[in-house]
Design a protein around this ligand. Structure first.
Ligand SMILES: [Fe+2]
Length: 438
């Protein structure tokens, strides 16, 4: 085995190489499964990012290929005084029920949302999430778009859109499909922010177009500000100091074991480099490729994010929040609940030095996360608008067909001025993944 077992991925664009097809596809499938989202058949084409002057035109038109990238993650995680966390007065979700709104006239929901915009966004900041119930206009993608445009929410790409693995449910309205895929129906999606170390959507709006036909599939939220307040201070101090590293894919290159020594090391190095340079850039996650990190197999190549804080402070309110996907990604937890992700896509969370997080700590974090979960049996047309820095989300297992969708937003109000959209995925990669592995 090569001495240097880790290779850092420097973010850059890269074209696919035929030699990388097998490994690339397997790793990519792993990434996809790890994120627990349905793979897409279409890819946004490279286009000019929408500029401020073109926004009005864009808003009445087709958003296909016109979305700006997901914004960078705003990290403000140093020197958080975890011994003196502020109290939480309001939490998620606030429920706004159309059936209880005296000032809402039939057929005027869009106008109502527009008139209430400032109040709604202030409420969102206070509560972290708002559950809109019994609205009529949000039962299809067009009406849902009218909803988010009335609130002046500016859609953006999903944080790992550049992988080409995120399906757009209705591309022209910037609506991504949620985790509805039948193969993942019995997979529990744990709590997570829609975030990587590198990119984080500012807001998200989840909409139910059809609840699961045979039950389950409830949407879940949990207030990251409450989680961080409820955690045992010793556990919190330990994980805050140690930081976390998230592994997003396993590739077992067991054939390496059968190769003669010397040649084995060369081949391991070659594959490590190849995957690092060809596949990892698609994900823009600041990954390292590391052999044997989970100690189960020296020929297991894992894609692992860099060390990061499990706590962040909210970029607007300054509120400390649990900002960590451990509840979803911990292997210890996944092995103990419904999980249908193949081994290649199994995730894990380690301490910053790649050691195992004490299981007692993982169990405690799990217990606090689950204590804070609010289960939301969304009906057709229901929308959950969430502050993605404050509130984590997930979903229960389900049976039958389910049609939920989501749009991510970079900002609210006047759109940001942007340069060109960064590199977008190529059809080769996307077609390969979706036609051969899904
Ligand atoms: Fe998600």
């Amino acid at each position: 085995m090569a001495e240097d077992k880790s290779k850092k991925f420097e973010a850059s664009s890269s074209s696919s190489a035929p030699a990388a097809v097998g490994a690339a596809a397997v790793v990519a499938a792993g990434f996809a499964a790890a994120r627990g989202r349905r793979q897409g058949a279409k890819v946004a084409r490279r286009q000019q990012a929408p500029r401020q002057t073109a926004v009005a035109e864009r808003k009445v038109g087709d958003l296909s290929g016109a979305l700006p990238d997901c914004p960078p993650t705003i990290w403000n995680a140093d020197d958080i005084d975890i011994k003196r966390l502020p109290d939480i007065n309001k939490t998620a979700p606030l429920i706004i029920d159309a059936a209880e709104l005296a000032d809402l006239k039939q057929g005027s929901e869009k106008e109502w949302f527009a008139a209430q915009r400032e109040k709604i966004m202030a409420q969102l900041q206070e509560h972290g999430a708002i559950w809109f119930r019994n609205f009529e206009s949000t039962k299809d993608a067009e009406g849902f778009r009218s909803f988010y445009e009335a609130l002046q929410l500016n859609p953006c790409l999903d944080p790992i859109h550049t992988s080409g693995l995120r399906a757009m449910e209705v591309q022209k309205h910037a609506v991504y499909e949620a985790v509805n895929k039948p193969s993942l129906a019995q997979h529990f999606v744990g709590l997570h922010n829609e975030s990587t170390f590198v990119k984080t959507a500012t807001y998200g709006a989840f909409v139910c177009f059809e609840p699961a036909s045979e039950g389950g599939g409830e949407f879940l939220v949990a207030d990251g500000a409450k989680i961080v307040n409820d955690l045992d201070k010793d556990v919190l101090e330990r994980i805050y100091q140690n930081k976390v590293r998230i592994s997003v894919s396993n590739l077992d290159l067991n054939f390496l074991g059968a190769l003669p020594e010397g040649f084995r090391e060369q081949t391991a190095d070659f594959l490590q480099d190849l995957i690092l340079k060809v596949v990892a850039p698609k994900f823009e996650m600041d990954l390292e490729m590391i052999f044997g990190a989970d100690q189960s197999n020296p020929f297991r190549l894992q894609a692992i994010e860099h060390a990061q804080s499990p706590i962040n402070t909210h970029p607007v309110t300054g509120q400390p929040v649990w900002f960590c996907n451990l509840h979803n990604h911990s292997r210890y937890l996944r092995d103990r609940r419904p999980c249908t992700v193949p081994e290649v896509g199994m995730t894990d969370v380690y301490s910053g030095d790649l050691s195992t997080i004490p299981y007692d700590d993982v169990r405690h974090i799990n217990e606090v996360c689950e204590r804070n979960i609010v289960t939301m049996p969304m009906k057709k047309g229901d929308v959950v608008l969430l502050d993605n820095y404050r509130v984590l989300h997930g979903r229960n297992t389900f049976k039958g067909d389910r049609k939920h969708a989501v749009t991510w937003f970079e900002s609210c109000g006047e759109p940001l001025k942007r340069g060109e959209v960064k590199d977008t995925p190529d059809d080769f990669m996307n077609n390969l993944i979706n036609k051969t592995l899904v």
